[in-house]
Design a protein around this ligand. Structure first.
Ligand code: 13P
Length: 254
């Protein structure tokens, strides 16, 4: 690989997997991926499986992520989960502003920025998701939308914090649809994201930030996507629910 940024490939399990199913899946991943050193591997189970999955992967090369967290610290916020609680399970990453949360929970860029600040305060690495709808792409507004999401979601983050932040570009029209962005489309947006980061911070910082692609990543398209100069990993949904598929994505990306 000619990139100096280490690949990071994360599985977003979304609202899937009971505890027993989650354990089955990570046992399979441990078996298939124990030799992998070239990629940071992250699994993001639902909250209910974090404890057991954490125990199962403790001595492995697989790291734990959560799918969301509160912008608040502990307190009277019924139904919410504070970063401090995630830390109890040795969670290292947290997905913020996934398009499904932007759509169903109406999460705004301003809220995502607050969550990112809370994540950094707890030394969790946020994976901040951005991406356009099909109508935006068709109207030629992809870059405008993504730039606005970046500006809003990263508001207040220092460059030191940005270096501990991962950006996930997930075009909404490619999520769960089987329609992957072509590697050229992904590279084009990733390069524009890096340019925006250089604009918001500086060239050197922007060059080091890892930018994942998400949206119908599969074993068959992973290598081509990951070989693009500005694509530094993947955020995988459906294909991360099966040990063989997720392992093949990782092995095919090395
Ligand atoms: P799919 O891989 O199922 O398209 O989902 C992508 C995603 O939303 C990952 O966060």
């Amino acid at each position: 690989m000619d990139k100096d940024r280490k690949l990071i490939i994360a599985g977003n399990w979304k609202m899937n997997k009971t505890v027993a199913e989650a354990l089955d899946l990570v046992k399979g991943l441990k078996r298939d991926l124990s030799q992998v050193k070239e990629v940071d591997i992250v699994v993001c189970p639902p909250f209910t499986a974090l404890s057991e999955v954490s125990r199962e992967i403790i001595d492995s090369n697989i790291r734990l992520g959560a799918q969301n967290m509160s912008e608040h610290s502990v307190g009277a916020y019924t139904g919410e989960t504070a970063a401090e609680f995630l830390k109890e399970f040795l969670v290292r990453y947290v997905i913020l502003g996934h398009s499904e949360r932007r759509q169903y929970q109406k999460e705004s860029d301003a809220l995502i920025a607050k969550k990112a600040a809370a994540a950094h305060a707890a030394s969790l690495r946020p994976i901040i998701c951005v991406g356009e709808l099909l109508e935006h792409r068709e109207a030629g507004q992809t870059q405008t939308i993504v730039d606005a999401q970046l500006t809003g979601s990263l508001a207040g983050l220092s460059s030191v914090q940005l270096l501990e932040t991962i950006i996930a570009y997930e075009p909404v029209w490619a999520i769960g649809t089987g329609k992957t962005a072509t590697s050229e489309q992904a590279q084009e947006v990733h390069a524009s994201i890096r340019a925006k980061l250089a604009d918001l911070y500086d060239d050197n910082t922007a060059r080091q930030v890892r930018i994942q692609y998400g949206g119908s990543v599969k074993p068959g398209n992973a290598r081509e996507l990951m070989s693009q100069p500005d694509v530094d990993g993947a955020l995988v949904g459906g294909a991360a629910l099966d040990a063989r598929n997720f392992s093949d994505i990782i092995n095919n990306s090395i």
